[in-house]
Design a protein around this ligand. Sequence first.
Ligand code: ADP
Length: 611
Amino acid sequence: MKNRITPAAPWLMAGLIAVLCALLSWTPLAARFDNAVHDWFERIHPAGARSPAAVIAAIDDRTLMETGGDRAPLRRTLTRLLAKLASAPPAVLAIDVTLADPGLPEEDAALAAAMARIPNLVLAAEMLPDGTGWQPPITAFAAHAAAISHVHALSGPFDDINRRIPLERVSARKRLWALSLDSFRLYASAQEIVSSPADVTVGSHVFHSRWDEGRPFRIRFRLPGDMETVSVRDLLSGAADPAKLNGRVVFVGVTSLSAIRDRLFTPVALDRPMAGVEIHAQAFETLAAGAAPGGALLVASPVWTILLTFAFAGLMAAAFVFLQGRLSIAAGVAIALIAQFTPYLFFRQGWILPAFAPVSASALSFIACGAWRFVIVRRQLASAESAKSRYQQAFHFVAHEMRTPLTAIQGSSELITRYNLPEDKRKQIGQMINAESKRLARMITTFLDVERLNAGQMEMTTAAMDAASLIDTCIGRASGLADSKAIRIDWPGAPDLTFQADRELLEYAVYNLLTNAIKYSPRESTVRISARRDGAVVQISVADQGIGMSKDEVKRLFQKFYRTERAEKSGIQGTGIGLSIVKEIVTLHGGSVTVESAPEQGSTFTVTLPA
Ligand code: ADP
């Protein structure tokens, strides 16, 4: 079929879209999209069961109302809490409170004494705001700490949501591990934390965290209500039993949102900030869960993203190339849905698959390939329509053209049967019937050939032929018509003029021009036919002294069914199809037809063909 868009189009579009989406996936916009998607996953599917180890001892609003939140009251509260816990101590006690500056000597001494009775005490150090060093706890406290750890979180990328902590931070050449990591080491009774460029190892536990990326570690969040929390006020007042914390990992810190400095937004609570101490406890839970569900999420390699992006775009193109109609749309929708769903499947397996590229590539290829299909369907429809109308026109043509020979055959056969004619007359009529039926057969063949040529189903069979013999044949056939109107056909001949053409088709074309000239001329006029070579072309002209036509009419002459007003009024029978076929035949030969005409002056039709 002509006019078909090559099926390369959908593959090409899908490929370009995949490349574009893969490139765009490195932009901040795509990173924000991925963040939003995975934050949502975490909310609808938060980490499940927590380990029974961690518990938050919260210095909450009620505690602060009773004890005060300034430095001295805070240290007095810590002293009382540690004293309560000393008899049945936790496995690890991590205190997320800054103890970097000296307080009242006797109070600091009391707190230091309380610390001395706690095994596995982890204290916090903050980095100086300008990053030039650490603010460690004062020596009196640090002396009793099993570890001094940093308490920083990592926001972003490209937003202020805290999803990660750095497992390691270095300042002034001093490296501190995260509070949660040190707590985990003590809890796991591991001697030390060993680091390599790609991992951090605690005992037999290996955590993937790249040094060159700042040792990030993604927290797998529990919902805020899922973390076990006990109010320090209740522990002090006896409303909660301090012995319950025995053997557990206790994170002590201020949770009162009005008092804490570090209000951190997390994927699980975008509206309400999370206290730093809870983030450490959550990080500890993630470390403790290890590779089990609820453990750290790993970021899938970019190879996966690119592979899936191209796979989905390619599948989409395949759906629209190989499937038809509704099936292709259904397959496209299914592929798009699978693409949307894939990051979630990865998430459920503990992997973070950047969603932007595969999701957007599948959606955009769906739109592009769908649009392509729409265009294709429209074209096929239009071409089917035009084929149909061509067929109808052809039918009219056949019906009309056949009537003349059929009438002759009918009349003649009636003559033979009805009257007792002399032998030579019968013979003459028999020959006429034979000639007319042959003409009919030839007409049908010509017509079918033109149709098939048009549909691209047939090759023209060109052969060298003699112009004079072609024109002689046409004149011979038209002479009956010319004689009936006493029209003289003037044909000077054209010796040695040969050219390449399909004889059957060209005969049809010239015969048509000749009969038109005779049809549309008055009685006793002259029709001139000539043929000549002009450089690389051969020209055959048919000139008459007939009714002619205006310039506007000439322009529309080769349209199917078009007849001039003068022809219609003259009462001469016609369908307006012959010339359109002449034009098609000549065009198929790589030539052209031109007309020079003036009303009542006559017309000259010239066929120009490559020699
Ligand atoms: P038909 O002769 O059956 O009407 P054609 O396609 O052969 O169909 O011609 C289309 C129209 O062109 C004719 O109806 C007539 O109006 C005009 N025409 C064709 N040939 C001539 C001619 N030699 N002189 C004047 N008009 C012509």
